[in-house]
Write a protein that binds this ligand. Structure first.
Ligand SMILES: [Zn+2]
Length: 80
């Protein structure tokens, strides 16, 4: 899981004349390892692709020194 945690905390808005105190609620989000795009998922389930670059490998950081050992099920070509 590559959840990036947004800064937690409450910020009370000090808007002049505001009757109601505002709080900024921060939530968990995801960050794409490819394009560094950060987003908050609408559903609870993990997104399959990055909404920005559409990469299905958004949660898999690049490994340059990794040797392919096990053949993949669908014979994926190493595109990198
Ligand atoms: Zn991305």
């Amino acid at each position: 899981m590559y959840l990036s945690r947004y800064i937690l905390g409450k910020e009370t808005a000090s808007t002049e004349g505001a009757a109601m105190p505002k709080v900024k609620i921060l939530v968990w989000g995801y960050r794409c390892e490819r394009c560094q795009h950060e987003w908050v998922p609408r559903a609870e389930e993990e997104p399959r692709v990055c909404p920005k670059c559409k990469s299905p490998y958004w949660n898999k950081p690049r490994k340059t020194n990794e040797k392919p050992q096990t053949p993949s099920k669908s014979q994926l070509k190493m595109a990198e």
